[in-house]
Design a protein around this ligand. Structure first.
Ligand SMILES: [Zn+2]
Length: 265
């Protein structure tokens, strides 16, 4: 039974392989990293447990998107060169295109693009919470870019059909609980990764209930300094298994050269 969790940052350099209860081999690699993040690296919490969490960290949960908060819009206009929001001006360029001021570029220009900023109200049997999805994660489940859906002539709170299609959808979320969430200053949890991959959603839904979630939260400090719940296998022991099976599409196989750093951010 896999009962431990540990922040990714604390993974020792040489423990590239992780073993879970059914002896499947998991690792931190590019193709397997999404799966590892949902099934190995992060502690699973219900939404009720996320709301009650007094521990800052990254957790995974499965929830159903009930609705999208449209009051603050679903997208924002950003600079094309980075993600920062731009402010409209009354000026236009030589081609009569509207100019926007970008704080980061520190100038007005017209190279702007719509990006997602979705506040999804997500629930499960234990509770409901607001999850904040920025561009890439929203795009992963909407399957369109914000730019494709954005129509400057529509009202701010008009929700494109591709976005409202999310209602009722079950999605796996990796979210952060930060200090403001715990203090009650923020009721929004920032989504770090989202997927509606059916296979993973169903597998996650079928996981047995955790035996003692309270104990797990209380022992988080101990876990972070040790290796509770993990069995590290030297990469060399497993290398031969992978030689003719390093296909990226095989979720159970593993890249030979693994980088935990790819998981960050
Ligand atoms: Zn800019």
């Amino acid at each position: 039974m896999f009962t431990g969790w540990k922040p990714m940052e604390n993974l020792p350099d040489d423990s590239l392989a992780l073993t879970n209860n059914d002896s499947s081999q998991w690792s931190v690699g590019t193709a397997t990293s999404i799966r590892a993040r949902f099934f190995v690296l992060n502690e699973r919490l219900t939404i009720g447990e996320i709301i009650d969490s007094s521990v800052v960290g990254t957790f995974v949960t499965l929830g159903t998107i009930e609705t999208i908060d449209t009051e603050r819009g679903w997208q924002y206009l950003s600079c094309k060169y980075h993600n920062k929001k731009v402010m409209p001006t009354t000026n236009v360029d030589a081609d009569d295109r509207p100019l926007f001021f970008c704080n980061t570029c520190d100038k007005e220009h017209s190279d702007v693009i719509s990006r997602f900023k979705l506040i999804a109200n997500v629930n499960d049997d234990s509770g409901e919470a607001n999850f904040l999805l920025f561009d890439a994660n929203a795009q992963a489940i909407v399957r369109h870019s914000a730019a494709e859906l954005y129509d400057e002539n529509e009202d701010e709170d008009f929700l494109p059909e591709a976005v409202s299609d999310l209602f009722g959808k079950r999605v796996l979320f990796e979210i952060s609980v930060d200090a403001d969430n715990i203090k009650g200053k923020s009721s929004q949890y920032v989504v770090r990764l989202a997927t509606d991959d059916r296979e993973m959603v169903e597998e996650f839904a079928d996981l047995p209930p955790k035996s003692n979630p309270v104990l797990m939260l209380e022992s988080a400090d101990d876990i972070s300094s040790g290796s509770v719940g993990f069995t590290a296998t030297p990469l060399s022991k497993r290398k031969s298994e992978q030689d003719d099976d390093s296909c990226l599409e095989d979720q159970h196989s593993v890249n030979k050269k693994l980088s935990q750093k790819k998981l960050k951010g």
